[in-house]
Design a protein. Structure first.
Length: 360
């Protein structure tokens, strides 16, 4: 089996895949079109499966050290009544860890720092990806051409590689919802670690440093934008319970991010074609209310590395990766994102990516 690879995309999935490949002895280049890798974004929750995957990649403890466990909170009504309460201690007893809240930027930075700088090819747009022989895939990146034994397409929800492999697939579609979110600039006094309020959905995650991530999901036509997003949210949520007003008060207007929520509603027939593997949002973009976007892409990365470490050929490894990841990542059972479903489950069949090779 060859051991040179190109990962298209430098987000959480691409970096995780690159770490996994390096840990089983593969040479890796990560191609990212952005001119610099910015550790941006709001906050995310990591469940047991995502944390276990990070352990396999060697950075689980660092991520835990930067995170805050979600032990208290639950689901509320707009008036503040409790619909359900969470018990993070019970979840920790059942699966070994509470759900952890972390800044997306911190997770991205820790993944990036686990790779040598020379593994990253930044500011390079991927123009074409094609198999040029039985064992070689060619990636064109501007004036640079890279030949590899394996290409991992982690180029996100609008994946160019996916469209090249499956030109008839409809790709990602608008879910009907748009999300506004931010991390507070100031420390906020919170009585719980995590809350979700149903009506128009609003939620917050308490972060380790005392700041908080919050998000609001609105059902609006695609492309809707507001001249003053924070003022619009204050208007919409003016009669909702504490600490929602305090979260807005602690947020800079310029810090509010606004993105339409897209998803891959039509399942792909395969996550691998020849020696090209699709990973993360490129393969199975999920709506964020599932609470499993990052966790599933981390599972992808570890499962791919484990298959390549143990199967005799790249083709056999990718067939195994597809067989294991496609059914799991395409299922949805609710209420996901909290105890039960994906959130507290982890595959039991991962051999360590280091099972057959010495890992650094």
């Amino acid at each position: 089996m060859g051991n040179t690879s190109v990962v298209v995309g430098g987000g959480i999935g691409g970096l995780a895949a690159a770490i996994g490949l390096r840990r089983i002895g593969w040479e890796v280049r990560v191609v990212e079109r952005a001119s610099m890798l910015e550790d941006a974004g709001a906050g995310i929750s990591l469940a047991a499966n995502g944390l276990r995957a990070l352990d396999e990649l060697g950075i689980g403890e660092a991520v835990r050290d930067a995170s805050r466990g979600q032990y208290s909170g639950g689901t509320r009504t707009p008036e503040g009544g409790w619909l359900a309460r969470m018990d993070g201690a019970a979840l920790e007893k059942a699966v070994g860890t509470p759900i952890m809240g972390v800044r997306r930027s911190t997770l991205h930075r820790l993944l990036r720092e686990a790779l040598p700088a020379e593994a990253l090819l930044i500011g390079s747009e991927t123009g074409h990806v094609r198999q040029i022989g039985p064992g070689t895939v060619r990636v064109g990146c501007g004036d640079t051409v890279l030949d590899a034994d394996l290409v991992v397409a982690a180029d996100g929800i609008g994946s160019r590689v996916r469209s090249l492999l499956f030109p008839a697939h409809p790709g990602a579609v608008y879910s009907g919802s748009t999300v506004l979110r931010a991390i507070t600039e100031q420390v906020v006094e919170l009585r719980t670690d995590f809350e979700l309020t149903w009506g128009t959905e609003f939620g917050h995650i308490a972060l380790r440093d005392g700041q908080a991530e919050w998000h609001a999901v609105l059902n609006l036509p695609a492309g809707t934008r507001f001249a003053d997003p924070l003022a619009e949210l204050r208007r919409r949520f003016r009669n909702w319970h504490d600490p929602i007003p305090a979260l807005f008060d602690a947020t800079r207007p310029a810090a509010v991010l606004h993105h339409d929520i897209n998803e891959i509603r039509t399942p792909l027939p395969s996550y691998a074609v020849g020696r090209i593997a699709l990973l993360g949002d490129a393969a199975h973009a999920l709506t964020p209310n599932l609470g499993q976007g990052a966790c599933q892409v981390l599972e992808d990365a570890v499962t791919l590395a484990a298959a390549l470490a143990t199967e005799p050929t790249v083709e056999a490894a990718l067939a195994r990766y597809d067989a294991e990841r496609r059914p799991r990542s395409q299922r949805s059972r609710g209420p996901p994102g909290r105890p039960g479903g994906w959130a507290s489950s982890s595959p039991t069949h991962w051999p360590s990516p280091c099972a057959t090779r010495r890992c650094g």
